[in-house]
Ligand binder design. Structure first.
Ligand SMILES: [Zn+2]
Ligand SMILES: [Zn+2]
Length: 316
């Protein structure tokens, strides 16, 4: 694990939406599906488990092995995995995340379930049992899967507690990280079919990062999201379609649950987010096309960019 004592940085591990795209013309922005690594004050937080989590797992295991010569002395991998929802492009990398197969790893998974089953049963059905050689219960790591309901819960990571603490709060706006705490707040929305999506805000000291993938914008912008992301340092927002593709008469994308670049920019403007990362890239878009879009949007707003696999952003 990286030493991030007093630091806060983000690395994009997978930025593609819907399905992986390993074609030569898409490798610059990357072909892996959604995964963002956040290292903050010695906490590793992973946003979604698309195929991008596989490379992250490889790197974590290399560092783990290098930490000592015997397995007993090695620094364990501790991670908090936040799932936005359970569509395949946000979970499909999880069975191949190598640290999950080490007994020394501690993995805390948070997400929500609007179904009759809990999140653990859903992940077991979708990723293990019939579709993988192991059952979820066979995972070697110390794995805790917790359902969160959304808007009135926060997760606190504190150096004083080994495990994350979930608290129910009446007003998240009043909840500011104290000292060395990292606070994760959640915003549940139905802006994504069929069962909605969770956005997350990770806050440390007076800095914050908001992850708002897989959500379709509203006319006039999602005011609740703009409030949730207010003054954040980095807003990672769904931007799957150009305006032209979104409203094309031949194959309109309205109602698919994804935003346009303009919708993402609108939330940046309304929230006063200091930087905007366009995320969840349309799988049919080539590097050439995305690069041209990025240039166009940077001319409108210098503090925006397209999330690229491998790109690191320093918050503190
Ligand atoms: Zn997605
Ligand atoms: Zn989705």
């Amino acid at each position: 694990m990286k030493n991030s004592n007093g630091k806060f940085f983000v690395k994009f591990r997978g930025t593609r939406g819907s399905f992986p795209t390993p074609s030569k013309s898409q490798l610059e922005y990357g072909g892996n599906t959604a995964c963002v690594e956040v290292n903050v004050n010695n906490n590793l937080i992973i946003l979604d488990a698309g195929t991008g989590i596989i490379g992250l797992g490889e790197d974590l295991v290399i560092d783990h092995i290098a930490s000592a010569t015997t397995s007993f002395d090695r620094t364990p991998i501790n991670a908090t995995l936040l799932l936005s929802h359970i569509h395949q492009d946000h979970i499909q990398g999880f069975p191949f995340f190598k640290p999950a197969h080490l007994t020394s790893t501690n993995l805390q998974v948070f997400g929500y379930s609007d179904f009759d089953e809990g999140l653990d049963e859903i992940l077991s059905d979708l990723l293990f049992s019939k579709s993988f050689p192991l059952d979820l219960g066979d995972i070697a790591a110390n794995l805790n899967i917790t359902n969160i309901s959304g808007n009135d819960e926060i997760i606190i990571l504190s150096p004083d507690n080994k495990q994350p603490i979930i608290k129910t709060v009446t007003c998240k706006d009043d909840f500011i990280p104290q000292g060395e705490e990292v606070i994760i707040s959640c915003y549940k929305s139905y802006a994504h079919p069929q069962n909605g999506v969770m956005s997350y805000k990770i806050a440390y000291k007076d800095k914050s990062v908001v992850y708002a993938t897989d959500r379709e914008g509203y006319i006039g912008g999602d005011k609740k999201l703009a409030r949730f992301a207010r003054n954040c340092n980095l807003l990672i927002h769904d931007a799957q379609y150009t305006e032209e593709d979104y409203s094309s008469t031949m194959a309109p994308k309205q109602g698919f649950g994804h935003s346009t670049f303009d919708m993402a920019l609108d939330i940046q403007n309304q929230s006063h987010a200091k930087q905007l990362a366009f995320f969840h890239l349309e799988p049919s878009y080539s590097d050439e096309k995305i690069s041209a879009i990025e240039t166009e949007y940077k001319n409108k707003e210098p503090n925006c960019f397209v999330a690229k696999e491998g790109l690191e952003i320093e918050i503190i």
